[in-house]
Design a protein around this ligand. Structure first.
Ligand SMILES: [Zn+2]
Length: 130
């Protein structure tokens, strides 16, 4: 169903979606008999069961290729991995700019139920490690 190249270039969730479409076709799901509106292909960027059926009718040895998959699903899509600039590798830390400190809603660090977790706090039971 897949050529070897696609296993290295396309993410597994995308391949799972295509396998699901293929299984719909195999079990002759009622969805396969409905008219194709290309909604799946337009929204997912992957061939739908109708497209797979059409391809297999034309060529029983058809396999999904990279050209059948939207670049969104590629491992090395430029939007996902901006690790090259002007052809040169860049360190990911240089991409992080103007960090903001976010304070969570939980207890302050080093406290529990309003008690300090420092070893000098006499209100906490002493622990001994054997
Ligand atoms: Zn379709």
């Amino acid at each position: 169903m897949f050529n070897e190249e696609i296993l290295y270039k396309v993410t597994k969730p995308a391949l799972r979606e295509v396998v699901h479409q293929y299984k719909l076709l195999q079990r002759n799901d009622p969805h396969v008999r409905e008219r194709c509106l290309s909604a799946f292909t337009r929204t997912m960027g992957l061939p739908c069961c109708h497209h797979i059926k059409q391809e297999l009718s034309a060529n029983p040895n058809w396999k999904l290729s990279v050209a059948d998959v939207h670049a969104h699903w590629f491992y090395n899509h430029p939007d996902k991995l901006a690790t090259f600039r002007d052809g040169q590798p860049i360190h990911p830390h240089t991409l992080v700019q103007e960090l903001q400190i976010v304070h969570g809603k939980g207890h302050p660090l080093g406290t529990w139920n309003g008690l300090s977790l420092s070893s000098r706090d006499s209100r906490l039971p002493a622990l001994s490690i054997c």
